[in-house]
Design a protein around this ligand. Structure first.
Ligand code: GLU
Length: 339
């Protein structure tokens, strides 16, 4: 039987670290090293390995992920696995999902425990990712599944996966939707298909054009009694401190402290400003609460309503919209599709 051709692209991260002379972990392993550590891969797939970078994912850029998406787009393969650090996987996977237009499985995986520890999870995660990429159900539904993350024997949708713990082995979860599939023994057990319409609509709006220059987006997490000094600075500086857009990690169903509501509405007139749930996801309210600091007034004042996306993913989407040159109304429509 012909084995699927799976391309493994290594970006760095804990999965690709090795100890230096003092025992401290440094980026170092390449794609060939990762593949060599998992002999069982050869029985599943015809593997090709490419080292794209050797960086911690905390230092990756939007431009690097755009370049990665272009590379994936040009590959002649039946499936693609990206290995990287865990720190920004929830963002990079979502950006790849926005950018890629391929009907083959594209999976991002990583490791929480480094290769020098007694039980590193990198080899198992890589094997699981390749198993998922080769699975007939996954291959048949690749377009419907979109970009996936595979961690600790679970498969997640890029738009839902979150890193929910800084160190635990089970650091990843999709709290809103749960996993798409689970790995058990040597099987992939399908659990659900993601709702793809918002992504499809977003991708149609974003198109292939306008993926040029990086567009700095600020993420401001609003906490109890926030005084708004950063908002004042953004409003007061003609260059908006270099930012082209803002995501507000807002309270509850889309609320801000009343004392900063005038600043928030002024900012929305100056820069695309997205209200996103600081609760970490879940649809926002649209028509329940009155007053100047709640959803009815903020929406009427021109705040873009972020929908159910986590603020980190909303920031990725806003950057992508800005790169694509979308106007405020088109952006609002893209975000609106997410609930
Ligand atoms: N901060 C590093 C990174 O994101 C290591 C964390 C990890 O890979 O788990 O690449």
């Amino acid at each position: 039987m012909t084995r699927p051709r799976i391309a493994i692209l290594a970006m760095g991260g804990t999965i690709a670290t090795r100890p230096d002379a003092s025992g401290v972990m440094q980026m170092g392993l390449g794609a060939d090293d990762l593949v060599a550590a998992v002999p069982a891969l050869a029985a599943l797939a015809e593997i090709s390995a490419e080292t794209v970078s050797r960086v911690g994912s905390h230092s990756l850029s939007f431009d690097q992920i755009h370049a990665l998406a272009a590379r994936i787009g040009a590959l002649d393969a039946d499936g693609v696995i990206v290995t990287q650090g865990t720190d920004t996987l929830e963002e990079t996977a979502f950006l790849l999902d926005l950018l890629l237009d391929r009907d083959i499985p594209v999976i991002v995986t990583a490791a929480m425990r480094n290769p020098a520890l007694t039980s590193p999870d990198g080899p198992g995660n890589l094997l699981a990712a390749v198993r998922v990429a080769c699975d007939p159900w996954v291959r048949a539904h690749a377009a419907a599944l979109g970009v996936m993350a595979v961690m600790l024997d679970e498969v997640y949708a890029a738009s839902d996966v979150l890193k929910a713990h800084p160190t635990r082995l089970n650091a990843f979860a999709a709290p809103q939707t749960g996993p798409l599939a689970a790995l058990v023994e040597d099987r992939v057990v399908p659990l659900s298909l993601p709702v793809r319409e918002p992504m499809t609509r977003a991708r149609a709006r974003l198109g292939a054009a306008g993926r040029g220059k990086a567009q700095p987006v600020a993420l401001l997490w609003l906490g109890l009694d926030e005084p708004g000094h950063l908002l004042e600075a953004l409003i007061g500086q003609a260059d908006r401190l270099g930012y082209r857009g803002v995501v507000l990690g807002a309270m509850g169903g889309g609320h801000v402290p009343e004392r900063i509501a005038p600043l928030v509405t002024r900012l929305a007139g100056l820069l695309p400003t997205v209200v996103s749930p600081r609760a970490g996801g879940g649809p926002l309210l649209r028509q329940t609460y009155g007053g100047p600091a709640a959803e009815i007034a903020l929406r009427a004042a021109g705040l873009i309503w972020g929908g159910r996306l986590h603020p980190l993913k909303a920031r990725v989407l806003l950057e992508t919209c800005l790169r694509a040159g979308l106007g405020r109304d088109a952006m609002a429509e893209v975000f609106d599709a997410f609930g």
